[in-house]
Design a protein around this ligand. Structure first.
Ligand SMILES: Cc1cc2nc3c(=O)[nH]c(=O)nc-3n(C[C@H](O)[C@H](O)[C@H](O)COP(=O)(O)OP(=O)(O)OC[C@H]3O[C@@H](n4cnc5c(N)ncnc54)[C@H](O)[C@@H]3O)c2cc1C
Length: 427
């Protein structure tokens, strides 16, 4: 590849903190709230204009795997319910537990502000600042309308979903399934207004779409388990059915192509809905600001959560999050979908060690980029777990900053005990 040499430049330090949280999604908000509430001076850097990650800019609902957790996730649900912005599933209680998107954005703004987190929105993390021999992270480099700047911190928590910071720092990572690196498909969520449809099961909507397509002489999209998810506001719903296959979302060109393809398909589906009697009044009002990326980098840590852990329901002395969600690998090729082959798992722990990357000090991960295998990732990646992992990482980072130690030196058993004492870990 052709290259250029950039002139050496002085980078202004735009903030210095105990803890910098990279990314403001479900993991990042958990991490930032937890670190700040534990007394750490905390900065959160997010590339979009709102907090929430896939919850908000990705239009992802429902909030899965929250029932077995206290702490920040319970606090969020309680506050959303107070604002009439939370609703249980009217068809299958406990399954599609949903929230309204704008109240979620506002709530996250309010909570982070109240906790004293310095939130930098519209700021892209472009690089890692390394110290010494390159084995210790000292901060991140941010690009924004203000230009190029560094945010320095004693501990960096990578909550970018894609493990962008860890990758820039040189931490080892894996992508996709072991045999060929193929990753789960991406989905562009879209929002419907005037939608009163209550889906009765995974095949219900697909059957209706097939019937409409047959009458029109067109094709249905290949994903056979589409869902329309009703939100608390009557008539408001999000649809999860447009899939893009074989793309690597850490490659900007592939990501661009995936977004364009998904947008085309979303509009075709919305057109098809007009011919489904139960959906003929529903209208597509927006596609998500960001493509829903299920899987990219998994940053290899001191422990790698594996399928065996899930099958055996393995618990750990440093377990910081109990996961119950199944192994949900969306078909890697169009048309394939045999959910009967899903392994039967037992509730299991994510140990603190899987948040501690190998090789790079002063770095933690939380959310979908933690250390696990392709199969295990497909289970712990849902948002209730991401926030719980963030909460644990934030507390550990605050301890590191206060005591001048590395995340690798944190006593994971003591961390678990403290999270239990706070009612965050309830298993
Ligand atoms: C289509 C789809 C449907 C899903 N459905 C559900 C569901 O129904 N329920 C559920 O609980 N889970 C669901 N999931 C899984 C879940 O949404 C994700 O695994 C989860 O959001 C991961 O949380 P996170 O905080 O790790 O990452 P994200 O939610 O991706 O948040 C990462 C944040 O970091 C920011 N960021 C990333 N890179 C940078 C950078 N370089 N600079 C600055 N900021 C950056 C992003 O903008 C984002 O705000 C779904 C996932 C997908 C893709």
């Amino acid at each position: 590849m052709k290259t250029i040499t950039e002139p050496v430049k002085q980078t202004p330090v735009i903030a210095e903190a105990d803890v910098v949280v990279a990314g403001g999604g479900p993991a990042g908000v958990g991490a930032a709230l937890s670190a700040a509430r534990a007394g750490a001076k905390t900065v959160l850097v997010e590339r979009y204009g709102s907090l929430g990650g896939l919850w908000t800019t990705g239009l992802v609902n429902p909030l899965f795997d929250h029932a077995n957790k206290g702490g920040i996730i319970r606090e969020l649900i309680g506050k959303l319910a107070e604002r009439q912005a939370w609703r249980d599933d009217p068809v299958r209680p406990g399954f599609l537990t949903c929230f309204d998107i704008e109240p979620m954005k506002l709530l996250l703004d309010e909570l982070l502000e109240a906790a004293g987190v310095d939130v930098l929105l519209h700021s892209w993390i472009a690089d890692a600042v390394l110290g010494g021999d390159g084995s210790e992270i000292r901060g991140i480099v941010v690009e924004s309308k203000s230009g190029h700047g560094a945010v320095l911190a004693k501990v960096v928590i990578d909550c970018t979903g894609d493990g962008d910071v860890a990758a820039r720092a040189g931490a080892p990572f894996e992508k996709g399934r072991p045999e060929d690196g193929l990753m789960q498909p991406q989905t562009l969520m879209f929002r419907l207004s005037n939608c009163r449809f209550l889906q009765q099961g995974p095949d219900h909507l697909y059957g209706l779409m097939q019937e409409a397509a047959r009458q029109l002489g067109t094709e249905v999209p290949p994903f056979t388990h589409p869902w329309i998810i009703p939100l608390p506001t009557p008539g408001d719903a999000v649809a999860q059915l447009v899939h893009v296959y074989g793309m690597d979302a850490t490659d900007a060109r592939q990501l661009s192509e995936a977004c364009r393809a998904a947008r085309r398909e979303a509009m075709q589906v919305a057109e098809l809905f007009r011919h489904v009697p139960e959906l003929s009044e529903a209208r597509l009002v927006s596609t998500a600001e960001q493509l829903g990326v299920r899987e990219t980098r998994r940053v290899m840590g001191e422990y790698v959560v594996s399928l065996d852990d899930l099958l055996e329901g393995r618990r750990h002395d440093d377990g910081i999050c109990l996961v119950s969600f199944p192994v949900d690998i969306h078909p890697l090729f169009p048309g394939e979908d045999d959910r009967s082959k899903r392994p039967r798992i037992q509730p299991y722990h994510v140990p603190y060690r899987s948040l501690v990357p190998r090789q790079i000090d002063q770095l933690l991960t939380a959310g979908r980029c933690i250390s696990g295998t392709h199969e295990a990732h497909a289970s712990y990646r849902v948002t209730g777990n991401c926030t719980a992992m963030g909460e644990a990482a934030g507390l550990a980072a605050a301890w590191c900053a206060a005591e001048g130690i590395a995340p690798r030196q944190v006593d994971g058993t003591a961390l678990r005990r403290e999270l239990q004492a706070r009612g965050t870990v309830v298993d």
